[in-house]
Design a protein around this ligand. Structure first.
Ligand SMILES: Nc1ncnc2c1ncn2[C@@H]1O[C@H](COP(=O)(O)OP(=O)(O)OP(=O)(O)O)[C@@H](O)[C@H]1O
Length: 962
């Protein structure tokens, strides 16, 4: 017997009495009438009574009578005759819980002899159960209603008495035999144990299975080689890189032949013969064979033969090297035979086969490849030591071929004074003693290199073996010099078809069936990264799974571990990708069936979000936007783009100011919107953005200019303007005011009265605003491109922008010279008058002071007042309108002073005394002029610095300073 399931058992466990009432009743009845023979029941027809049986079921009839209420019985019968639907409905409402009345199989009644029927209790389902309900109408013949402990009622067919008896007997026996089993063959606890055991076994099987799977995976991981290694290309025909690149790499390597192998390699008769033997029309010369050997299709066999040919030659050359008994013999060949570009730099995205090409090409040309990873040995000294080892050493046993150094991940090299030491060390080795190096490596780096190479005692080492550098990002700052001096090859992505063909070939060798469509999707998704594709396929093969397009779409498989450069990002924004037909996969994984556009959108969104440097991205888009050709006659698109860039900047500023970096998630949206407006299928010309940097420099320069101009202004003018007001509102107009067009370029004495007045006004204005004309060093101002003196400070720079032609009027050079002279004269004149006026005002203030007591005190006060007076602004028109008045005041003051009340006072302030004015001229006596001359020889300057200081302060008398 199958172990019952848990639900069943639980329910049964809840039942206090395993036997239902009616069954209990039957058992009681049996016990009561064990040895009693029953007569035929009145309710059973005589022909239904089996002849051999003496037992009759009166109790059934009695039970029926007991169980059925009179009211129910006719109703039940009536229901049995109603329509199917109705009866089904009624019956289903009266049901027992399943398993309640299940009798053993042997108790089933056979329709062949429906004599006496026993209760055939069908399993009537719960409401939730899906088992079919037994309908009353389906029960033929006699039946018996039975009420379950829960009050549900079923109608059971009455079967033969013998069967019933047999059934009851067996139940009874089993109950007796097993005290606890009841209707079950085993006790409930035993069954529970069985269920638990079963579950445990299942768990064990799962764990065992998992362990076995993991074991097998581990085992296979250990033993099975990676497909990328197993199917690593051995010849040019298996490479994915384009023919042009292969050819260039090979040609460069060939240029080393003379230096490394000692003689210019020419096609040997052996090679030619070998080639001709194989492909008579293809190979005419050895060089042709080599070239054709790397061609994609025709060169399939050619490459092999070419390769062999070279190997033979190399073997020959190696032998010759060995026969000389000196390993370095080939290194002693003239170094002039080296190619002009001593280093080959292969750049491109990861997984395209750059390193593989370097290996294949080097092997093909007869070299032993020594690979150095610059990321591992980032420090200049370590890298240099490794390179020198590789280029100078040669194994004396085993592989005797000359070395070819392959430096992988050269962009990861560091060290040195400013992070470029390793690269400079390499350049120094490669270009030692050549003209190219001079001036390229700065002194600082040279020192580092020398220091590093002291350990190796090989400062004079020169490169005598080919060096191939490999990097992902050719624009890495550390590679700037290398890029200038090396031969650079940029790897382009191979076509999807080419990758798919290769993948198909590998899958067929591995007996892994996979559709071309799925392979295309994989290649497309990984951007033709063969490493990523092969690893994905091997993993799936191991799991015995097929490549699912949805998996590819969901980026679960074949994810490429790389970051995009800024140029890639700008390219993605400004260039539309060509739609790919036949592949329609949602990149989100859940969107299978999305259009190409949505895929592109999602991919680009991810790219922008992952790149992250939105400021740089925006700068690049701003600078390169104008390089794209798109239809925009009314410049609407351009305006929209600029607005979007502005919005992006506002968002970014807000996020930075409020530290709300969650707003950064909206940044890609602006760029995507710009892409929709302007992206074109043509590849745009792109350059690194310089505008922002230029603006920043210009801005700070203009700020400085504005500040210095404001300091040179007279305070009375200065106080009326803010810096912004000057820059935005004044400068442009002032430039027009400073160039009145009515002035003639003649000497001042030849000017008319009106012109004189106009010039005086102009001079006044220039002095008030602290402006004059000055001749620059070379006579030509490099900004305004104007001959002769130009305005100083050069305030026209404040309103001059790139490519903006200056519209302001300009005076003639002669007039500018005249004005410059006149302004200087006027400044001197004003200064001397101001000085005299100051002296007179001091003298007038001295009047009325007490003589002796206040003498010393007044000295100090007077001196202080002199300083105050010095700082007092002189009105713009001080000498044009009120000079007369001042002069009169000064005369009066001098007269008053001459009548000084006491000798003491005259002594105390003698140096400030002005004794007379004659003919409108201030005249000083010899004493006063001596005092003034003495004071002027030691001028005191005050500078008021606003702010607070904790410095120790000490009062100092002005007198002590004079
Ligand atoms: N045509 C090919 N068929 C099969 N496997 C290949 C092929 N080309 C390259 N591979 C394998 O792909 C892997 C990556 O190649 P390789 O290292 O040359 O790429 P790469 O461009 O140098 O990448 P990275 O910049 O990450 O070093 C290697 O393990 C190589 O064996």
């Amino acid at each position: 017997m199958d172990a019952p399931d848990f639900d069943e058992l639980e329910w049964m466990a809840q039942q206090e009495n395993p036997f239902p009432d009616c069954m209990q009743h039957s058992l009681d009845f049996e016990q009561e009438h064990e040895d009693v023979e029953f007569s035929h029941s009145a309710e059973l027809s005589p022909e239904l009574i089996p002849p051999e049986e003496t037992w009759s079921p009166p109790a059934v009839g009695a039970d029926r009578k007991r169980s059925f209420s009179p009211a129910l019985e006719p109703d039940s019968r009536k229901r049995g005759k109603t329509s199917d639907n109705e009866s089904f409905h009624d019956f289903s409402s009266q049901k027992v819980v399943e398993n309640d009345w299940v009798l053993p199989q042997e108790a089933e009644w056979s329709p062949a002899s429906p004599k006496i029927k026993t209760a055939n209790c069908e399993r009537v389902p719960n409401v939730d159960s899906k088992l079919p309900a037994r309908r009353l109408a389906d029960i033929e013949g006699n039946f018996m209603p039975i009420t379950s402990p829960s009050g549900d009622r079923v109608y059971a067919e009455v079967k033969e008495a013998r069967n019933l008896f047999g059934s009851l007997q067996s139940i009874h026996n089993s109950y007796r035999n097993s005290k606890h089993a009841g209707l079950l063959s085993e006790s409930f606890e035993v069954l529970l144990d069985q269920v638990e055991q079963n579950l445990l076994k299942q768990d064990c099987r799962i764990v065992e299975g998992r362990d076995a799977f993991e074991d097998s995976m581990t085992e296979s991981a250990v033993h099975e080689p990676l497909w990328v290694e197993k199917y690593s290309p051995k010849s040019f025909t298996e490479l994915l890189s384009d023919e042009q690149t292969n050819r260039e790499v090979l040609r460069w390597l060939k240029q080393w032949d003379k230096c490394v192998f000692g003689a210019k390699k020419t096609s040997t008769s052996l090679d030619v013969l070998a080639a001709l033997k194989r492909h008579p029309p293809t190979f005419r010369t050895r060089r042709t064979a080599d070239r054709e050997g790397i061609s994609a299709k025709n060169g399939v066999i050619g490459a092999e033969s070419g390769s062999k040919g070279i190997q033979q030659t190399d073997m020959f050359s190696n032998q010759s090297i060995n026969s000389k008994g000196s390993v370095t013999s080939s290194a002693n060949k003239p170094l002039d035979d080296r190619p002009e570009e001593k280093i080959l730099l292969l750049c491109g995205p990861p997984g395209l086969g750059k390193t593989t090409l370097a290996h294949v090409a080097a092997r093909h040309c007869g070299y032993r490849v020594v690979e150095i990873n610059a990321s591992d040995d980032r420090v200049a000294s370590t890298l240099q030591a490794k390179i020198l080892d590789a280029v100078q050493m040669k194994s004396v046993m085993g592989d005797l071929r000359p070395n070819c150094v392959v430096i992988d991940e050269i962009d990861g090299a560091l060290g040195g004074a400013d992070g470029k030491g390793a690269i400079d060390a390499l350049l120094k080795i490669a270009y030692a003693g050549t003209k190219e190096l001079s001036g390229k490596v700065n002194e600082k780096d040279e020192a580092v290199i020398k220091k590093a190479s002291k350990k190796n005692t090989s400062t004079t080492a020169t490169l005598s073996r080919p060096v191939i550098c490999i990097c992902n990002d050719p624009y890495a700052p550390a590679l700037r010099q290398l890029r200038q001096m090396a031969k650079v090859h940029v790897f382009t992505q191979p076509s999807v078809n080419r990758v798919v063909t290769r993948l198909k070939y590998i899958c067929s060798l591995e007996d892994y069936k996979i559709s071309a469509r799925a392979l295309t999707a994989l290649a497309d998704h990984t951007e033709c990264d063969i490493r990523s594709c092969l690893n994905t396929l091997q993993f799936l093969r191991k799991k015995k799974e097929s490549l699912n397009m949805l998996d590819v779409a969901s980026q679960v498989v074949g994810r490429k571990d790389m970051t995009s450069s800024a140029f890639d990002v700008w390219g993605e924004i400004l260039q539309k990708r060509k739609p790919k037909h036949g592949i329609n996969i949602g990149s989100s994984g859940t969107s299978f069936g999305y259009g190409q556009e949505i895929n592109d959108f999602l991919r680009l969104h991810d790219l922008l979000a992952n790149h992250g440097d939105f400021e740089l991205t925006n700068d690049g888009v701003y600078d390169n936007l104008t390089h794209i050709r798109y239809q925009d006659s009314s410049l609407q698109k351009m305006v929209q783009c600029l607005e979007l860039l502005g919005d992006s900047e506002i968002t970014s500023c807000y996020a930075l100011r409020h530290q709300n970096f969650a707003l950064t998630v909206y940044q890609p949206a602006f760029l995507l919107a710009i892409r929709r407006l302007v992206a074109q299928p043509e590849k745009p010309f792109m350059e690194w953005p310089k505008t922002f940097q230029r603006f920043r420099v210009e801005r700070s320069a203009k700020h400085d200019l504005l500040r210095s101009w404001m300091l040179s202004m007279q305070p009375v003018t200065h106080r009326n303007f803010t810096a912004e007001c000057l820059a935005w509102d004044l400068v442009s107009h002032l430039l027009c005011i400073l160039a009145p067009q009515r002035l003639r370029p003649v000497a001042p004495q030849l000017l008319s009265q009106t012109e004189k007045e106009e010039m005086n006004e102009l001079i006044d204005t220039m002095i008030a605003y602290g402006i004059n004309y000055k001749t620059t060093k070379f006579g030509i101002d490099n900004v305004s491109e104007v001959q002769g003196p130009v305005l100083y400070p050069p305030i026209f720079k404040l309103v001059r922008f790139k490519d903006y032609k200056m519209e302001h009027p300009l005076l003639s050079s002669t007039l500018r010279q005249v004005l410059s002279h006149e302004v200087e004269l006027e400044i001197i004149r004003r200064e001397s008058l101001a000085r005299a006026a100051r002296a007179m005002s001091i003298a007038s203030e001295l009047q009325g002071l007490s003589l002796a007591a206040a003498g010393l005190q007044k000295d100090i006060t007077m001196t202080t007042k002199v300083d105050d007076a010095e700082r007092k602004p002189i009105p713009v028109n001080a000498f044009t309108e009120s000079s007369k008045k001042k002069r009169t005041d000064a005369t009066v003051a001098a007269k008053q002073l001459s009548k000084a009340p006491s000798k003491l006072a005259a002594d105390a302030f003698a140096r400030f005394r002005i004794v007379g004015v004659r003919n409108g001229k201030v005249e000083k006596d010899s004493r006063a002029s001596n005092a003034l001359a003495q004071r002027d020889s030691r001028p005191i300057f005050f500078r008021f610095n606003e702010g607070f200081t904790n410095a120790i302060r000490k009062p100092v008398l002005i007198r002590d300073l004079i």
